[in-house]
Design a protein around this ligand. Structure first.
Ligand code: SF4
Length: 481
């Protein structure tokens, strides 16, 4: 009998290792007696955006209190720590590190004390010129306590000569370049900002007179809050006891919202960039069926993120949808791998094929992306071993050919299979019967509903809306170049 003995001290990847990683989620609430409890619930709803650390800073207008820790929301906070976070205002954050190391000092909200009083900030995105600004600030005497790009914003605010804190925030943000959706908490106000390109989402909501900022609207649903609207690209909203003001103080740029929020990152029950994510994903699947039809018996999703695109494919093609792959959502933080070799153990732990639905069938397998190709190859093999006669892989976006510099953790270009292989070569590599990707035009049609395309598509086109520094160019290099 095989012995069970290898303890793997890793959380089995959530999201899967062969996917782009989410960035961060921010949540803020102003003027509610249960601010910290509601922020805690909001962060639960945003957990898919970051699982490495979580934190909340709260206040009642006096000193700020903070609780931050490594791990998921349920691991970081306890009843006692939430009781300690008294106050009628709070901002919170879940983090997957895209800049700076993954450790407690980089957990957010980040907080400083300055001549303006305490200021805390949560950031979703990535500043492309953070290193350059940081070096300048260090030369001028600033001492940094984290390796996070977000800290440069706080230092710039502290140094600003503007009197009003919101003017200092704008002054600071005019000196940085990149992607930022931010929630600030100061002694008497909460400030929300979205960068002029609008890379990352940020929504405004309301609950019993309290104003809420959240990366995604699904957090409002959980707490019975009302969705008001998106914070617009380039907008600054300032929330005080007197109400909310809005301004657009930055130079206007073309809007470039991250299209991958629709394809993969955001929760399907959220409304992002003015559109329902699940409906956009269904449209992506329908476009895919129109562009790349196939004679088949069943449409099967790679769950969870491929589910809505598969439903759209099924609706459009008339081929029945079957839940032929089942995802296990309950994988613990550590697990034991048997010494006896089990083929594709890591993928099997997360996904299991339903033989009765696949055996003897020609299967259309719908997924949202292929990053390195390793996971897709295992899933195709798993579906075939369950008796599928053919596996036609359909991907609900174009081939991913470039890394992201705007707040998404991606492999270097050389590791992206589509950057170095043709579609035919990828098809052979993953052992699929056929492989097809949605076109860029199809993706934009599905995401924009026919409007002009206000999207960043750089990881599909290598057309980057903000230039990145020379020292980060290594990520773009291909093997042997
Ligand atoms: Fe989104 Fe890709 Fe643009 Fe990054 S490069 S912001 S992942 S579309």
């Amino acid at each position: 009998m095989a012995t069970m003995r290898r303890l793997i001290p890793l959380k089995p990847s959530f999201p899967p290792a062969d996917k782009f990683r989410d960035e961060c989620g921010v949540f803020g609430i102003f003027q509610h007696p249960e601010a910290a409890n509601l922020a805690y619930l909001g962060l639960h709803a945003l957990q898919h955006r970051g699982q490495e650390s979580a934190g909340i800073v709260s206040s009642n207008g006096g000193a700020m209190r903070a609780c931050l820790g490594m791990g998921e929301v349920s691991e970081v906070f306890s009843r006692e720590s939430l009781e300690m976070l008294k106050g009628d205002r709070a901002i919170g954050h879940v983090r997957y590190s895209t800049a700076g190391q993954s450790n407690l000092i980089n957990a957010q909200p980040l907080k400083i004390s300055s001549h303006r009083g305490e200021i805390a900030v949560c950031h979703n995105g990535n500043l492309v010129n953070a290193d350059e600004v940081r070096r300048r600030l260090e030369r001028e005497g600033s001492i940094f306590s984290t390796t996070s790009d977000t800290e440069v914003i706080l230092h710039l605010i502290a140094k600003s000569r503007q009197d009003a804190v919101e003017d200092a925030v704008v002054d600071a943000l005019r000196q940085v370049k990149g992607a930022y959706s931010l929630a600030f908490l100061t002694r008497d106000r909460m400030i929300g900002v979205r960068d002029p390109f609008g890379f990352r989402p940020l929504s405004l909501g309301r609950l019993e007179g309290a104003t809420i900022l959240t990366s995604e609207s699904c957090a409002l649903d959980l707490i019975d809050g009302e969705f008001l609207r998106d914070v617009q690209p380039g907008e600054v909203v300032v929330v005080t006891k007197e109400g909310m003001t809005s301004s657009f103080p930055f130079e206007k740029t073309p809007v470039r919202q991250c299209i991958f929020e629709h394809v993969y990152f955001s929760r399907p029950d959220s409304r992002v960039f003015g559109r329902s994510v699940s409906l956009v994903r269904k449209r992506l699947g329908a476009e895919l069926a129109r562009e790349h039809p196939v004679d088949a018996d069943v449409v099967v999703a790679v769950p969870d993120s491929g589910t809505y695109a598969a439903l759209g494919f099924s609706d459009e093609s008339g081929i029945a949808f079957e839940a032929g792959l089942v995802r296990n959502h309950y994988i613990g933080r550590t697990f034991i791998e048997p010494e006896q070799a089990i083929r594709h153990f890591g993928v099997k732990l997360k996904l299991n094929p339903v033989r009765e639905l696949l055996e003897g069938k020609r299967v259309v397998l719908v997924d949202d992306s292929i990053v390195r190709g390793t996971t897709s190859r295992k899933i195709v093999s798993m579906v075939k071993s369950a008796g599928a006669l053919e596996v036609h892989m359909r991907i609900s976006c174009p081939p991913t050919v470039g890394p992201c510099y705007y707040g998404v953790d991606t492999p270097n270009r050389g590791e992206l299979i589509a950057a170095t292989h043709s579609v035919d070569e990828i098809c052979r590599h993953i052992h699929a019967t056929s492989l097809a990707y949605l076109s860029l035009e199809g993706m934009l049609r599905a995401s924009g509903g026919g409007d002009p395309e206000p999207f960043c598509t750089a990881c599909y086109t290598n057309d980057y809306p903000i230039e990145f520094p020379e020292q980060q160019r290594a990520q773009m290099e291909l093997p042997g170049s």
